[in-house]
Design a protein. Structure first.
Ligand SMILES: [Zn+2]
Length: 279
């Protein structure tokens, strides 16, 4: 038990989580249900403005020179959702520099962005997308506005993921789908050396993240919030809604991709995982 006082697990309610790693600024605990969570910390809130997107070296590289790769990845993620739901308007929560919005446009979907950052909202606005300021717990849209919601590396940034999932459910239509990409608590570096790994360290993601999930714990949370997790944790290798040539190519390499996924999974090489859940 930690010295921070009573705390209970968001997922299972247990109060006996054990300390995973402890820094002067913050403490991470691990519950027997598999959920990893941060106890209250004394760090200032993270500002998600332009600096967040462009000032860090690795982030600049990701956002400014890997655009095409990121748009392709987003396209494949949206296609994963479209294996399970009918096409329809898409909302990207945490739309950043618009890679998902651009991919949705390529696929012929109407795409809207929401972000807590003024920088992201004006950036996506300049790309021609309707984009609004909002948080995942408070989305500025009427009930049932969207068929697809996408949340990539966003849910781990809130202390109140249940409120976020309820709010997203509100703006989704019945039969709509939610796509989540999120860090994998079982990633080998996080398991072998939590004190040394950036997931937990206060100067890296330890500052901005509150929970670390596995496919199992996130599926449990989604079910508790009335979603139906229909696909996880790896990408689909075959997509329904692509042209014949692209699907033939997917089918040809599917066995190799499945084998690669199984190997990566067995070796805990997945730093993130993907979930599609329907409403
Ligand atoms: Zn628990």
């Amino acid at each position: 038990m930690s010295e921070e006082g009573a705390h209970s697990c968001l997922l299972c309610g247990a109060t006996d989580a054990t300390v995973l790693c402890e820094f002067p600024e913050l403490t991470w605990v691990s519950c027997r249900c598999g959920l990893i969570y941060k106890l209250s910390d004394a760090l200032p809130a993270v500002e998600y403005e332009e600096d967040y997107f462009v000032s860090r070296k690795n982030v600049r590289r990701q956002y400014n020179t890997r655009n095409q790769r990121r748009i392709r990845k987003s396209r494949s993620q949206i296609l994963d959702v479209l294996n399970h739901v009918e096409p329809g308007p898409l909302l990207d929560i945490g739309c950043a520099h618009g890679h998902t919005l651009l991919a949705a446009r390529e696929l012929g979907l109407s795409a809207t962005g929401v972000d807590i950052s003024d920088h992201a909202v004006s950036f996506c606005g300049e790309l021609g997308f309707e984009t609004k300021i909002g948080t995942m717990e408070r989305l500025p849209f009427p009930d049932g506005s969207f068929q697809i919601a996408v949340m990539k590396h966003v849910l781990e940034h809130t202390r109140t993921p249940r409120e976020a999932l309820r709010e997203i459910r509100r703006v989704l239509r019945p039969g709509g789908g939610l796509f989540i990409a999120i860090p994998h608590a079982g990633y080998w570096k996080a398991r072998i050396d939590p004190m040394g790994y950036r997931f937990f360290r206060p100067e890296f993601h330890g500052r901005e993240h509150y929970f670390y999930y596995t496919p199992r714990t996130l599926a449990r949370l989604l079910k508790q919030e009335s979603y139906d997790p229909v696909h996880l944790p790896h990408p689909h290798v075959i997509h329904r809604r692509v042209g014949a040539a692209e699907r033939a190519a997917e089918i040809a390499i599917a066995p190799f991709r499945v084998a690669a996924q199984q190997t990566r999974s067995a070796l805990s090489l997945y730093k993130e995982f993907w979930v599609v859940a329907t409403r």
